[in-house]
Every structure is written in structure tokens, then in C-alpha cells.
Design a protein. Structure first.
Length: 471
């Protein structure tokens, strides 16, 4: 079935394309209650997509997987696709259950644990559920690798992610939930979506054993995690049994036969849950998913920009310090010092996806140096004031003798850079603090000795590489 296809009715009820301009101002009469939930969910997904699209190339590379998933979530919402994930420990019969529900042999079943290696989806054609307003909605069953597979941490993570996207979780077990299963179930319960606990392989239990098992699950092991009415029993792929058949003439023969598959109760409960909450479930799930992704996108972006900004500030601070050490007269006058800091600020603006002219960057550098004022007097004088004197008095010996002053000049740039970074992080604003307070805060949060030590080390390295300086 083509998930993009819609009937005219369904198309009228559906929210517009995510990420498209048309999606920003939905026209037409106000939507019904359920539709409104779907619209706002799609809007949340669309905004998360736009967030990724607004990132720079390096950030987008890292967020490619998130972008793909978000676009798929938008498609899911537009077509009204319902996803049911089948989750649980290895060999509990997850794949067999999918086959039994769909009446196919699509999922690979095997006695060897750890058989299913990937997350994959199967269209459940005969599910018998249609999402209101989405005549061609699909119900999809998602098979996942089993928990607790040897070396399967990555696969368990894949299964977890599939559960995070899904609208309904089938947690399959064949016992009273061991520690791994219990922990996984407890984690899934935090996703705030319905969980059906499927007790499979009931053919292996006597009726009284099964009753005891269900009682333990309801009252102890799954209590507080799964509603008692959501604990259902199945027999997805029952073992063959030896039947003794008596003929009319009194002779007997034995035959191995497979008892009937039993997933009727599960199917019924799935439909009840979907009928009761379908649209809300899907909308709520998509909204939570989008919120979660947005947080992740923002966190990754901040982290990447911070890393890059730190690199830029360090590179410029080292460049300034080295230049001062090599040639205090030319570089460390006010204009020379400012030029380096202005270039750093322009580069930092780019890191935060902003444009800034060199002139404006110079003004900012100067105002930051001023804001640092008396607090940084020692450094400021070295950076912007006394270089001429120093150059003249130190003469030919300047490069080596000037190392501490050069490090101090680099430190000045470091502080200016850190303050500028706060400015850009806040969207080119000093917020309610003003530049002076920001500089003070940066100074407070900076381990001066360590920055100076680092700069001195760099100067030494650079000077020893410079044949003029070392000669
Ligand atoms: N007796 C009995 N065996 C079953 C039942 N359902 C599945 N099995 C058997 O359990 C074994 C594992 O079944 P699968 O469906 O491959 O289990 P799975 O959970 O998908 O396993 P992995 O993909 O390895 O995690 C197979 O030998 C199935 O025949 C059942 O209802 N009763
Ligand atoms: Mg499997």
C-alpha cells in the first residue's frame, strides 16, 4: 500500500506537508478535536525538522539520522500510520507472534536465540483498524532483535529506539519476567504509551500453572507497569503434540499435530486500545517524539558550537601570543591587537551562524577590552598599551624575554573571545547582564594560571620551530 496515497476525505482531514510553507498557515474551517491534535503534532515535528535544516553543514551531518526519522514521523502522521512494536527477550516468540497476527510467514522464526538481527516493519494488512479520517491508514508491526543477546547492546538500542517511535508496545515474555525483562519493561513504562504484556508459549503450561503465572505478573512482577487488562496470553507457534487416534475398529495410532495458534485475545485487545485512543495516541506520541528530538538537536548544536568556539578562541589567543612574542612592536600595539581580536570575533560569529562586519567586530573587541577595564589592567596594558616601550627596551632579546607578556596578551584575547562567545550564544545580545558583567563572569570562571600555562607552552613550541627566533 502506498502510504502517501489518500482518499479525498482523508486528504481534507489531514494536516499539510511538514516543512512546507503551506504548513504554516492551515486554511479552511477549524479542524475537529482529533484533527487539531494531529495538526499540532505535525507542527511540532515540522518545527524540529526546520531546526535541523537551519543547522550548518557539520551539524546537519551529525543530525542526518534524526532528520530522516523526523521526516518519517511526518510521513507517518500524514498517512495516519500506526506502529506497533514487538519487544522482548530473545526467543520469546516475537517473530512468531508477528507471523501469527498477520497470518503470513514473513518474519523469520528460529529456535536459535538472537535470530532477528534488525528492526524491520511489516504491513499488517488485515489488522481491521482504520484511523478516523485516514481511510488508507496502515497498521505496521515492527519486529525487533531480542534483549539480552550476547554482544547485542547496539541491537538492544535499536529495539529501544523503535519502541520510542511506536504508538503501542507489545512486550513479549514466556515466563514471569526475569531481571532484564523487568528493567526493560520499567524503562518502556516511562515512554508513556500503552504496553500490552504478551505471555506467549502458553501451550507449554498447564491451566493451573498459567493461572499462577498470570497472578504473579498481575500482582507482583508487572504491577504498576502494565494494567492488568493489558496482560494477554498467546500461543503463537505451539509445539506439536502427539495425539492418539482411535479408529472405529478399535485400533489405535498416534500422530503428531500442531495445536491451533492462539492470538485472538491479543488481537482483540490491540483493537480495543486503538479504537479507544487511536488518534490521540498517535498525535501525543509524535509530539513527545518531536520534543525529545528537538532537545537532542539543541543539545548537539550547543555542544558542537561550543567545541568549535573553544577551538577558535584558543587558536587566536595562541596566534596573538606568538605574534607578540615574535614581534612585539608590530603586533602588540593597540591597532595590531585589536585586528587579531576582531578577526577572532568575526570567526566566532560564523561559528554561531551569524554574519558580522570587521568594523563591528572591532567595536565589539574594543568595548570588551574596555569592559574588562581595571580588572584586567595588567593584561590590557601589555596587550594594547606598553608594547612600544617593551619593544624598544628589549630590543633583539625581545622574543624570549617577552614570553610572559606575550602569554598575557593571548590571555586578553582569550577573555575577549569567551565574552564574545556568550554574546553570540545569547543570539547577539548581552541579555540582562551587559558586557561588563559578562566579562567579570568570564574572568571568574577562567582558570587564569592554566590558560597562561597553556599559552606559554604554545609560545615555546612555536618559537622553537621558528629558525629566526631560535637562532
Ligand atoms: N511452544 C511454543 N514455542 C513457540 C511459541 N512461539 C514461538 N515459539 C518458538 O520459540 C522459538 C523462538 O521463536 P522466535 O519467533 O524466533 O522468537 P524471537 O523472540 O523472534 O527470537 P529472536 O528473534 O531470536 O529474539 C522458535 O523455536 C519458535 O517455534 C509458542 O507459542 N509456543
Ligand atoms: Mg525474532
Amino acid at each position: 500500500m502506498n502510504q502517501e496515497e489518500t482518499t479525498p476525505d482523508a486528504a481534507a482531514a489531514q494536516p499539510p506537508e511538514a516543512g512546507s510553507p503551506a504548513g504554516q498557515s492551515p486554511a479552511g474551517p477549524p479542524p475537529e478535536h482529533d484533527d487539531r491534535e494531529m495538526w499540532s503534532a505535525l507542527d511540532a515535528v515540522r518545527r524540529a525538522i526546520e531546526k535541523v535544516e537551519g543547522c550548518n553543514e557539520a551539524e546537519r551531518d551529525i543530525l542526518l539520522g534524526d532528520l530522516r526519522e523526523l521526516r518519517d514521523m511526518a510521513r507517518k502522521l500524514r498517512s495516519g500510520r500506526v506502529e506497533i512494536v514487538v519487544f522482548g527477550e530473545i526467543s520469546t516468540g516475537k517473530s512468531a507472534l508477528i507471523n501469527a497476527l498477520t497470518g503470513t510467514q514473513s518474519a523469520q522464526v528460529n529456535v536459535r536465540g538472537g535470530w532477528t538481527k534488525d528492526v524491520w516493519r511489516l504491513d499488517w494488512e488485515g489488522a481491521g483498524y482504520v484511523l478516523p479520517g485516514f481511510e488508507q491508514s496502515q497498521v505496521v508491526l515492527v519486529d525487533t532483535p531480542g534483549l539480552n543477546e550476547v554482544g547485542g547492546a547496539e541491537r538492544a538500542e535499536m529495539a529501544r529506539e523503535a519502541a520510542e517511535r511506536a504508538d503501542l508496545i507489545l512486550f513479549v515474555t514466556d515466563s514471569d519476567l526475569n531481571e532484564t525483562e523487568h528493567n526493560a519493561l520499567a524503562e518502556l513504562a516511562t515512554f508513556h504509551k500503552p504496553i500490552l504484556l504478551v505471555v506467549n508459549k502458553t501451550d507449554l503450561y498447564t491451566p493451573s500453572q498459567l493461572e499462577d503465572l498470570l497472578d504473579v505478573l498481575r500482582t507482583q512482577r508487572a504491577a504498576g507497569l502494565v494494567d492488568p487488562e493489558n496482560i494477554v496470553t498467546t500461543s503463537a507457534d505451539p509445539r506439536e503434540l502427539q495425539y492418539v487416534i482411535e479408529s472405529a475398529d478399535g485400533s489405535q495410532r498416534s500422530e503428531w499435530r500442531k495445536p491451533p495458534v492462539d492470538v485472538g485475545g491479543l488481537r482483540e485487545r490491540i483493537l480495543e486500545v486503538l479504537e479507544a485512543d487511536g488518534s490521540s495516541l498517535i498525535a501525543l506520541n509524535a509530539s513527545m517524539y518531536a520534543a525529545d528530538r528537538s532537545d537532542r538537536i539543541a543539545a548537539i548544536r550547543v555542544q558542537m558550537r561550543n567545541q568549535k568556539a573553544t577551538q577558535v578562541i584558543r587558536t587566536f589567543a595562541v596566534a596573538k601570543a606568538t605574534a607578540v612574542a615574535l614581534n612585539p612592536v608590530a603586533v602588540a600595539d593597540v591597532a595590531g591587537g585589536l585586528a587579531v581580536d576582531a578577526a577572532m570575533i568575526v570567526t566566532l560569529a560564523n561559528v554561531y551562524g551569524l554574519e558580522m562586519s570587521v568594523g563591528r567586530a572591532r567595536d565589539l573587541a574594543l568595548s570588551l577590552a574596555k569592559a574588562a577595564g581595571w580588572v584586567m589592567l595588567g593584561e590590557a596594558v601589555t596587550s594594547y598599551g606598553s608594547s612600544l616601550l617593551k619593544g624598544i627596551s628589549l630590543g633583539a632579546a625581545a622574543p624570549l624575554v617577552a614570553a610572559p607578556q606575550a602569554a598575557a596578551a593571548g590571555y586578553g584575547s582569550y577573555i575577549v573571545g569567551q565574552a564574545a562567545r556568550v554574546y553570540f550564544e545569547q543570539g547577539s545580545s548581552w541579555g540582562d547582564k551587559g558586557p561588563k558583567k559578562v566579562v567579570m563572569q568570564v574572568l571568574e570562571n577562567t582558570n587564569k594560571a592554566s590558560v597562561l600555562g597553556d599559552l606559554k607552552k604554545e609560545i615555546k613550541k612555536k618559537l622553537s620551530k621558528n629558525r629566526h627566533a631560535s637562532g
